[in-house]
Design a protein around this ligand. Sequence first.
Ligand SMILES: Cc1cc2nc3c(=O)[nH]c(=O)nc-3n(C[C@H](O)[C@H](O)[C@H](O)COP(=O)(O)OP(=O)(O)OC[C@H]3O[C@@H](n4cnc5c(N)ncnc54)[C@H](O)[C@@H]3O)c2cc1C
Length: 201
Amino acid sequence: MTSPVRTHDVVIVGAGPVGLALLLALLRAGVDAVALDRGAGPTTYPKARVVSTRSMELLRRWGLAEQVRAAALPGDWTERIVVGRSLAGEELFRVESARERGPSAPSPESRVLCTQDRLEAILADEAARTPGAVRWGTEALAVEDGTRWAEVDTLGPQGRERATARALRRPGGRRAGAWGRAPHCPGPAGGALSSGRSASW
Ligand SMILES: Cc1cc2nc3c(=O)[nH]c(=O)nc-3n(C[C@H](O)[C@H](O)[C@H](O)COP(=O)(O)OP(=O)(O)OC[C@H]3O[C@@H](n4cnc5c(N)ncnc54)[C@H](O)[C@@H]3O)c2cc1C
């Protein structure tokens, strides 16, 4: 039996912080993008916590910086990060974050410490404002980069389906060769995304 096919400009496999941030950037650029994740929702583990100044600038552009700041540790608690062998043991190095604040800072934003579960929840809520943009409980079983289209076989609440896209982001980051796209389509690895609309999902 042939699986139903859904078509988008971009399919993002993995709705962690990177996938969700990419999704928001694409949606705001008017790109027909979808993120799918085998998990039931955003992570419930704190995991990463430093949100860099540059990330905060992006969140500010998306109208989310205040929410993230409110979910973060108070600024006074995060003047520095000290890395050591144990709580009372040898200090290995420290990062002074207070320096990033104040009038001399070259940005209206500054680094905050917001745990990944809180950050992901904020990003996911924002993405959910676009119906169907995040498909939780949907696993990518196989991915194939064709000459014109990338194809992703998925298993989700609707059973097995196939997603086709002009560009594809796999989990793991660029270092792991995460970007794939149909060769005719300029994509995030090389330039502006195609904004051409394509059929159906
Ligand atoms: C215990 C722990 C503590 C950490 N602490 C820190 C820290 O203090 N500081 C720090 O900077 N970093 C920390 N990290 C690392 C940080 O969590 C990662 O760098 C970050 O999550 C990477 O984000 P990502 O969006 O690229 O990938 P991920 O967050 O891993 O997201 C990938 C997503 O892809 C989904 N996925 C994978 N394969 C498929 C598939 N086939 N189909 C559908 N979905 C799929 C997964 O379900 C997942 O949701 C920690 C990690 C762990 C595990």
